[in-house]
Design a protein around this ligand. Structure first.
Ligand SMILES: Cc1cc2c(cc1C)[n+](S(=O)(=O)[O-])c1c(=O)[nH]c(=O)nc-1n2C[C@H](O)[C@H](O)[C@H](O)COP(=O)(O)O
Length: 497
């Protein structure tokens, strides 16, 4: 067993040991390969790095990425040197606001979670979750596009009984939405993606597990209830053997759908995140780029994504069909021609998505692309939607059950929701996600009745007017949605936060 004192003598670039979860690792040779740059590791050289390691990495990241001979064994308990974490005034302020956040019953819609999360999350976590590419026009257009779709409700229908449950890729779901893949769950809450797993189980909705989860894949699957349905979102690795191992392990663990992300050959420039300079604390590191030329001072996104293969292309899909029997869905399709290609290749479906506006700014909203795809696939292949054989999904900017209902009316099987659940668990843990899903159930019940629809099948294209869907007016960046929510007492209270 190594003493903390001995470990502390290995605190330079020439010999760099760190402690994670009570074990000592020699990371000397790994310093310049670390996706997050060397600076952040050297800050913890010779010391216990667990508290910095946990929010960003799945627990098994260090053991799987370091060769066994670098695993030096356990450190003597209570001898490890720690980095003194000084509680800054802003951290004190944040903790104080967290202690005074509204009680969950006061939360009435998904926007409320965003308003509170902005006040109570760490700056780094808020920057990563809320950020979007360039001028953040698309991330706002994602929700604004739903404001250009109006309802044509039916009346005098007996709506005593309403049921908004559905099936997604053949699996039951209590509502036509799933929890989509969003990376680094532990940035917002120590339980990370497990918050989503537990709430999804309680509400009978499907969770899509991200490649870049903070929790390990097996931890997330182990946290699921027997029979709970989960999908996997995949960033394809330049090393296809790694990808093959991940995909076949996921299939063995019972994952029911493989969502291959195709809109991120490189992660977008998310300036709020970049300003956090996630890995480089001082200017000398800012310009530093790794051996592959990726500038790692550009926030978490760039730091954690250098493995993604920008060479992924249509011809790779046959290889995917050869390594797995899971239904294959492309996540991040943004025009009808690519949806048609995916259909002709016999895939199970596509997610019409611009990655929550985090990739190409001025990409159109998923809901607008949905209107185009449904019309063109009908014209070219005579397809009607929703379609069991080739399912259409939409994500981006979905904040209300009415948004979901509009997508269903226009032919989607279901929609993905991202940020609201992140904000919910960052502010309230699993209870927050539970509350968010309950709010959506309440909204569905009311909206189905007011629309005159008993079941999802009764939600048809004639119930919406999409004549203005392509009338883009680029929203000048400004987060007004949740500000306006707090016209009443909460506004005063939140202002004090
Ligand atoms: C908010 C968020 C979204 C991310 C996300 C992380 C965050 C914090 N990450 S990212 O770091 O690489 O960009 C992923 C990801 O791992 N993989 C992916 O396919 N989509 C990722 N997305 C996109 C996500 O799957 C949805 O497309 C998007 O969140 C839907 O928009 P809303 O957030 O408005 O619901």
């Amino acid at each position: 067993m190594l003493s903390g004192k001995e470990v502390a003598t290995h605190n330079t670039r020439k010999s760099c040991w760190i402690i994670v979860h009570g074990n000592v690792y020699d990371v000397t040779d790994f310093l310049d390969e670390h996706p997050g740059g060397s600076k952040i590791i050297l800050k913890y050289a010779g010391k216990d790095a667990t508290q910095e390691y946990d929010p960003i990495h799945p627990p098994d990241a260090i053991t799987t990425n370091l060769p066994p001979e670098k695993h030096l064994g356990p450190v003597e308990p209570n001898t490890a040197q720690k980095v003194e974490i000084t509680i800054t005034d802003e951290e004190k302020g944040r903790q104080e606001r967290m202690s005074r956040r509204p009680v969950l019953d006061e939360i009435l819609n998904l926007h409320d979670f965003e308003a509170i999360a902005k006040q109570v999350m760490t700056e780094k976590a808020w920057a990563y979750y809320s950020s979007a590419a360039d001028d953040e026009i698309t991330t706002r257009e994602n929700h604004a596009a739903y404001h250009r779709i109006w309802f044509r409700p039916r009346i005098l229908i007996d709506v005593t009984k309403v049921d908004w449950s559905t099936t997604i890729l053949g699996h039951r779901s209590s509502m036509p939405l799933y929890i989509t893949a969003t990376a680094l769950g532990k940035l917002g809450h120590p339980d990370g993606e497990i918050n989503l797993t537990k709430a999804a189980a309680k509400h009978g909705v499907i969770q899509m597990i991200p490649t870049l989860a903070s929790c390990s894949f097996d931890q997330i699957v182990d946290a699921a209830q027997p029979g709970q349905v989960q999908f996997l979102q995949l960033y394809v690795n330049k090393d296809r053997n790694i990808t093959k191992r991940i995909v076949q392990h996921a299939e063995k663990r019972g994952i029911k759908g493989l969502f291959i992300t195709v809109d991120a050959p490189q992660l977008g420039r998310r300036e709020k995140d970049m300003r956090m300079k996630f890995t480089a604390e001082d200017p000398s590191e800012v310009a530093k780029s790794g051996s592959d030329g990726v500038d790692r001072s550009q926030g978490a996104a760039r730091a954690i994504s250098s493995f993604i293969d920008p060479g992924l292309q249509w011809s790779d899909l046959d290889w995917f069909k050869s390594i797995t029997k899971m239904p294959l869905i492309l996540k991040g399709v943004q025009r009808w021609e690519d949806a048609l290609k995916a259909y002709d290749l016999g895939l199970a479906g596509v997610v019409l998505s611009n990655h929550g506006g985090r990739q190409l700014d001025f990409a159109r909203s998923g809901i607008e692309v949905l209107v185009e795809v449904v019309a063109k696939l009908k014209e070219k292949r005579g397809l009607t939607f929703p379609n069991e054989k080739f399912q259409l999904f939409v994500d981006g900017g979905v904040r209300r059950a009415t948004d979901v209902i509009k997508a269903i009316a226009l032919g989607a099987t279901a929609v993905g929701v991202g940020r609201p659940f992140l904000y919910a668990f960052s502010s309230y843990g699993v209870e927050g996600v539970d509350r968010a899903l309950s709010i959506l159930h309440d909204e569905f019940e009311m909206n189905m009745r007011l629309l005159g629809a008993n079941t999802i099948k009764d939600i048809t294209p004639d119930m919406v007017d999409v004549s203005n869907i392509s009338a883009h007016v680029a929203a000048i960046p400004g987060d007004r949605l949740y500000d306006s929510n707090y016209e009443s007492m909460q506004h005063a209270r939140l202002r004090e936060l």
